[in-house]
Design a protein around this ligand. Structure first.
Ligand code: C2E
Ligand code: MG
Ligand code: MG
Length: 572
């Protein structure tokens, strides 16, 4: 479809053309017509009959059938192959005229007279079909042209771009898809009005179309408008991937030249994200997704080259972006809530609960904290999640102690990042003071990493937490390679052995010894020890033997909604 000397208008025309019927159909129809014409002539002069069943049918009775079949072939030729079909059909019929005229006027054989009449009638009929059908086809084509053209800029639209990519894909020709977004275009619309905005878009489209048609870039380019201020550029016929970036830069330069409209100057810039077929992926949908992801990434960064090639890293940040959006929506729609996982002593007596953040998507499906907590930490939203869960957990603890007279412990997770903030203690104090809860019933879980990353400041924070009367637990212990001296200096109360050690514990003697050693160290340092992620009674038994203090795990209880946790308290 795209040849060296092709231009966008030609390509558009090609895209909007109705697909031709195959050549083999043409040959078949001409052949059929020739055979039926021969049979028509032969049977018209044949004497005698043929026996069909017990009936004798004259040969010349078949003349009408064969001639009808011939005309059907002619009509099909005209409809399927338009101009060519019409010319060939006309020629085929007219070529028979001399013989028919010779038969009638020279030989005096009037048998050819009906044939001559019907041929004249068929010429009239196919002429009517051809010229009327042509009008319908022209109309259909103009509709198809509109369907692949953008109304404002006259450029091919997204659909046309998809067709072009499908074509390149089918032929296995490598191409680059570039997603383009004009920076701050909204401000032109807002300040100068949409008419001016449209004029600017038309000017941009004109420049880019000229550049594509000039073939100056050395590659074959196809520029299309996606929507609004977004464009798509398909670059093909390039030698190396470096050439792709040179071509993109040519479009960038063309865009950044001053645009003067109605005495006003406009200076535009844009962001470009691209991906390569088949290098990045061999599915067109993914190529589109990847170039969009690269575009979003380069837009987020804001400055710099404003040009980015897709890499798997980009897609990850795309996902991060998506989750960040979901967290923000969930925070404002109260879709952040919590579940409580019970903790027991070794006699299966309830010690308390760990509050675990839960989040629901727009469609009410759960998103795991394993997915959203790291994103929340990266984007600074974790503080708000922590505080939301803390507040809900305090509501629960308030009711548990005052209405149910229970003395359960309530553990809440706090991100290191949040803990280090100056207003952390104030926020906690504010929430606690608005509830009727005893601080010594609250336990703050902090991951072991805090001891390595920021020991000094962390120590000060933990002292403040302790001064308020709350307890401190070291979460996921064993995963962060913290030194014993740090642990010794840390005024914590509880050590939570990470699930990964509990998983291994019954698989080898050394793993069992390792857990036993952690428990001993905890006890030496005057800490209680809880094992996380305990899933089997065998693990419970071993943990009992090696002196563990508490158990938290599916074996005795999964995280449950607060209402179920309340019922659980009543049963103890
Ligand atoms: P974590 O604090 O170590 O919490 C324990 C995780 O292990 C929870 O996963 C819990 O559901 C899971 N778990 C407990 N017992 C078992 C078991 O027997 N088998 C298995 N397979 N899993 C078990 P969850 O709820 O997905 O939380 C994951 C992590 O997300 C938490 O690990 C914590 O680091 C973080 N997180 C959860 N809620 C919050 C929060 O409110 N704030 C902050 N900053 N982080 C939170
Ligand atoms: Mg925890
Ligand atoms: Mg943990």
């Amino acid at each position: 479809m795209v040849k060296r000397n092709s231009n966008i208008d030609k390509t558009l025309k090609n895209l909007s053309l109705r697909k031709e019927a195959p050549k083999s159909a043409f040959i078949l129809l001409v052949l059929l017509y020739t055979i039926t014409s021969f049979l028509t002539t032969r049977t018209s002069v044949m004497q005698g009959s043929i026996a069909i069943g017990d009936q004798m049918i004259k040969y010349n009775s078949f003349t009408g059938v064969f001639s009808m079949l011939g005309y059907i072939c002619i009509i099909c030729l005209v409809m399927l192959f338009r101009r060519v079909g019409y010319i060939v059909s006309m020629a085929a019929i007219i070529l028979q005229f001399p013989l028919m005229i010779f038969n009638i006027f020279v030989r005096g054989n009037l048998n050819s007279l009906p044939g001559l009449f019907s041929s004249v009638l068929v010429i009239g009929a196919i002429s009517i079909i051809h010229f009327n059908y042509k009008k319908v086809l022209n109309y259909q084509q103009s509709i198809r042209e509109q369907a692949v053209t953008d109304r404002i800029t006259g450029l091919p639209n997204r659909f046309a771009c998809g067709e072009l990519m499908a074509d390149l894909h089918k032929r296995g020709d490598p191409f680059a898809l570039v997603s383009i977004d004009i920076n701050d275009f909204k401000s032109i619309n807002d300040t100068m009005g949409h008419d001016t905005g449209d004029k600017v878009l038309r000017e941009v489209a004109r420049r880019w179309k000229n550049l594509a048609n000039s073939l100056e870039t050395g590659t074959i380019d196809f520029i299309a408008r996606n929507s609004g201020d977004e464009f798509m550029l398909v670059i093909s016929d390039y030698e190396t991937a470096d050439v792709v970036e040179d071509t993109i830069r040519a479009y960038k330069t063309e865009l950044e030249k001053k645009i003067t409209l109605d005495d006003c100057d406009y200076y535009l810039t844009a962001c470009f994200g691209y991906s390569l077929f088949p290098e990045d992926n061999d599915v067109i949908d993914n190529i589109c997704l990847y170039s969009d992801a690269a575009l979003h990434e380069v837009k987020k960064v804001g400055s710099g080259s404003r040009l980015l090639k897709y890499s798997p890293y980009v897609l990850n940040t795309e996902r991060t972006f998506e989750i960040e959006r979901k967290i923000r929506t969930a925070l404002s729609n109260n879709k952040i809530f919590f579940h409580l996982q019970p903790q027991y002593d070794m006699d299966h007596k309830l010690r308390g609960f760990e509050a675990l953040a839960r989040m629901k998507d727009d469609d009410d499906t759960y998103i795991s904290p394993v997915d959203f907590i790291p994103v929340a930490e990266k984007t600074g939203l974790v503080d708000r999640i922590d505080m939301r869960v803390f507040e809900l957990a305090m509501d629960f603890l308030d009711k548990a102690t005052n209405e149910r007279n229970s003395d359960v412990m309530l553990s809440v997770n706090v991100s290191v990042r949040h803990l280090m903030k100056n207003n952390f203690i104030d926020e906690i104090k504010r929430i606690i003071s608005s509830h009727n809860v005893a601080p010594e019933r609250i336990e703050i879980e902090i991951t072991e990493s805090i001891m390595i990353d920021s020991a000094e400041k962390a120590l000060q924070r933990i002292d403040e937490i302790k001064a308020m009367g709350m307890k401190v637990a070291i979460d996921d212990f064993g995963t962060g390679y913290s030194s014993l001296s740090y642990l010794n200096n840390f005024p914590s109360d509880l050590l939570k052995i990470d699930k990964s050690f509990i998983d291994q514990m019954n698989l080898s003697e050394s793993s069992r010894q390792y857990v036993a050693m952690i428990i001993s160290i905890g006890h030496i340092l005057n800490l209680k020890v809880i094992s996380e992620g305990v899933e089997s009674p065998e693990q419970v038994k071993v943990l009992k033997d090696i002196g563990c203090d508490y158990i938290q795990g599916y074996v005795w209880g999964k995280p449950v909604p607060p209402e179920e946790a309340a019922k659980l308290m009543e049963s103890f």
